[in-house]
Design a binder for this molecule. Structure first.
Ligand code: ADP
Ligand code: MG
Length: 192
């Protein structure tokens, strides 16, 4: 979902196929033009990995079958750890490998789950060659570490989490919902 500029200087916001005018002059909204619409934000605090795991289990309880979740944050922030807890809570048995080298690890939890790490992705041709375009065209849950490396290729995430390392084991998480699915997932995440 993107805001569009109208000649009268107002922004319009496409909502579920219709178009609603946002009554704020465009000059006050210029910084949002290139960004996706944010429906809700929340700040979460995970004092330790157990809290990260609890949040992941709460998210899993919402049974995210059809969603794109983006995970941003420095190396070691906890993107893979959060995904591991999420996948285990969804029923994945055994080791969850980090997709750092393979870029994609796939799972079946009753529905398809694709765990991407785009840290090493640097060739847009690979998007086609490796079949990533097809993965995003198929139903299922897509979890994307380093989404900023594939900006313009992946769709707007339903839910985006920015993980920041705090003192000791603490992680500060800025969450953004970009869709109604994202709102549901954020609600579940916050209940953790
Ligand atoms: N609160 C926390 N949430 C998530 N991971 C944590 C937390 N505290 C410590 N960790 C540790 O931080 C590391 C995160 O590594 P990883 O998940 O691979 O990071 P990333 O995928 O973001 O590069 C793991 O060793 C994990 O055990
Ligand atoms: Mg990782």
């Amino acid at each position: 979902m993107r805001l569009q500029m109208k000649p009268n200087g107002f922004m319009v916001q496409p909502i579920l196929g219709s178009v609603r005018r946002v009554g704020i002059p465009a000059r006050n909204l210029w910084c949002t033009v290139t960004h996706s619409l944010i429906l809700e934000t929340a700040t979460l605090h995970w004092p330790d990995e157990a809290a990260c795991s609890q949040a992941a289990r709460a998210l899993a309880a919402a049974a995210p079958r059809e969603a794109v979740i983006a995970l941003e944050g420095d190396l070691g922030a906890g993107k893979t750890t959060f995904t591991r807890h999420l996948l285990h809570a969804l029923g994945v048995q055994g080791r969850v490998k980090s997709p750092t080298y393979a870029i994609l690890e796939s799972y079946d939890v009753g529905w398809a789950v694709s765990h991407f790490d785009f840290y090493r992705f640097d060739d847009p041709q690979e998007w086609e060659d490796a079949g990533f375009r097809d993965v995003f065209a198929q139903p299922g849950l897509k979890i994307c570490e380093w989404p900023q490396r594939v900006q313009g290729l992946i769709p707007t995430p339903d839910l985006a989490l920015q993980l920041r390392i705090g003192a000791d084991e603490a992680r500060h998480v800025q969450a953004q919902a970009h869709s109604t699915t994202g709102l549901q997932l954020l609600k579940a995440l916050k209940s953790g």
